[in-house]
Write a protein that binds this ligand. Sequence first.
Ligand code: AMP
Length: 214
Amino acid sequence: MSLILLGPPGAGKGTQAKVLEQTGGYVQLSTGDMLRIAVAVGDRVGHRAKNIMDRGEFVPDEIMVGLIADRLDQTAHKPFILDGFPRTEGQALALDLLLKEKNRFLRAVIELTADDEELVGRIVGRFTCDGCGEVYNDEFRRLRVEGICDLCEGSKFSRRSDDSEEVMRNRLKAYHSYTAPLLSFYRKQGLLRSVDGMMAVEEVASQIRAILEG
Ligand code: AMP
């Protein structure tokens, strides 16, 4: 059954969603990825979103709800993982309605907890292999051989334009102001579970699996 991954930027939502997608038959619905594609393609949504994302602020709810509504229809009843949505109370209320309408259910809302200062360290210096998507960091997860991906041996890498320290601090501020209140929203619905997002990727993944199987 489907789930939401909640947590501050850099807590590992995208990484965990990909692990579950590869091992559990889930479909990852990442609104950040959808927006980055819209920006790259240069469509109407991309034009509206680009500057907002570059500042580390939130794209308006009506755009985000529209994006998710379209993509939920395309999951063809496979269980999905929402990664980066909802981020505001308005989005959470709209999601409740959408799920009711489509007769879809959430198994859990999993909060990945993390310390702000550690997150700034994790995010600033982050880069990704263009070939296989593996995530590295200048300090904590270096390439074994300079310029070559450890996994796929590709040699092209990308950095997100919003992974600077200043923008990261804005993203954290937005998280604490607008997204953290959703924790009590889902706690009241009996759906919320918390996992320490600062543990090793495999440990976080096995705790998430235990929650989903429990
Ligand atoms: P992410 O990849 O999830 O960190 O998202 C990158 C950026 O996309 C965020 O900093 C926001 O500017 C924007 N964004 C992604 N998802 C949402 C959302 N649900 N609501 C508003 N803005 C979003």
